[in-house]
Design a binder for this molecule. Sequence first.
Ligand code: C2O
Ligand code: CU
Ligand code: CU
Length: 487
Amino acid sequence: MSETKVYNNYFFDEPVFDLHDGGYVPLEKVDMPDHPLNIPAALKPDKVEGNDVYYTITAQEGETQILPGAKTKTWGYNASLLGQTIVLKQGVHYHVHLVNKLPEVTTFHWHGLNVTGPIVDGGPHAPVYPGGSRDIDFTLDQPAQTDWIHPHPCPNTARQVWNGLAAAVVVTDDEEAKLPFPRNYGVDDIPIILQDRSYHDNQLDYKKDYDIDGTLGKYALVNGTINGVFDVTTQRVRLRILNGSDRREWRLHFDDDHGFTQIASDGGTLPEPVRLTKLMLTCAERAEVILDFGDKKPGDVVTLMSDDMPIMKFKIGQYVPDDVKLPEHLTTIDAPEVTPGLPVTRTVMSGMDDQVRLDGKLFDMQRIDRRQKIGDTVLWDVVNTNDMDGGMIHPFHMHGCQFLVISRNGKEPYPNEHGWKDTVGVNAGETVRIAVQFTKFGVYMYHCHILEHEDTGMMAQIEAYDPNHEHKYHLLSMDEMNHPKNK
Ligand code: C2O
Ligand code: CU
Ligand code: CU
């Protein structure tokens, strides 16, 4: 019975969906022809030397044809908008040259990667100044998953993402490679980066659209394309869906209620495939799903919707029938045992608008808010104290680790939350219990991933420490980050 169970609800609490906000901007149809869906190119390494792979990632300005007429001034990584997809493999040592060709300071944050903080992780302590660069290196030691890079400078993350900076990171490994998942990048394995923007004479104007509770745009973009169409040439297609929006929640479904199968969450493969007809993603969450078009014939069109708005189309072409069935067991999650004797860490997201706080405070780059010993597995209760009626969902994100969702208000997590996560949407009035383990010492952020909340200061820092190796961190102030002394 359980193998045929199909879920057809969004799981989250409907009364706190973003569409009930006073400042909600509904999506609008754009009166322009369909357009081939942009598939970001895969970034080519500068060189490969045995197990060492070298990449250059350049944050740059550019122009992109988004609407008819004038091009839009946009930012991207190795591209005019968004960025080239960075493909990483478990066990490989990466050397990354980060270059800033923007007119202002930025950082390169690896959202989802288990790399040392605060420098390699790329939060606000790792600024790259205009015309400057920074070199980092790390060994990728986590399983296959879909992550992303985005800027993280305080307090300008939201605007820089709005301008276009965000790129998919695809992590591969040998175990996942054995699973019968589509994995031909750009053909049957594609990123789906969901964002919303408004334009003013075809240009972005973050200030004009700014909302302190999270900026929304009226047009839906997938990979930077409005009214995108993907030409399907295989029976099964794998979507690596990323909510790359500043604020918007995406409630995805197909116009014909076509079912799909979720195979991975933020931190990689789920233990079991989860069949769905609806999927909601809060900011920064990822989901990998497989769509099986075996019931379609060439010429059919299936439309992906969010709420009642079409956001892109899949146009079915000729494909070779494929009778691959997914196994009912995909992977085993090695859940670490909770370290006995430790108290539950409680962290509280509160407020809305300019009143948002994390544990009653605003972010201070020079304050370490908590410490946790590396290797310990600690339960965290992540609380959203907003009112059940009239409150909102705050997506809680941690750097430097992937966690497991244990419960929501004492009840089972959602059916698609049994894998590793780094971001979890917390409903108003809810306590989400997670199990957190850091494996690398460092200073890491944790925060609400509504980018305007983060920029306002709904963010804190934790030091993951190794009692045998005292480590001193030079923590920049926000002022130093933005105005380097010797520059
Ligand atoms: Cu997606 Cu602190 O980051
Ligand atoms: Cu992050
Ligand atoms: Cu928030």
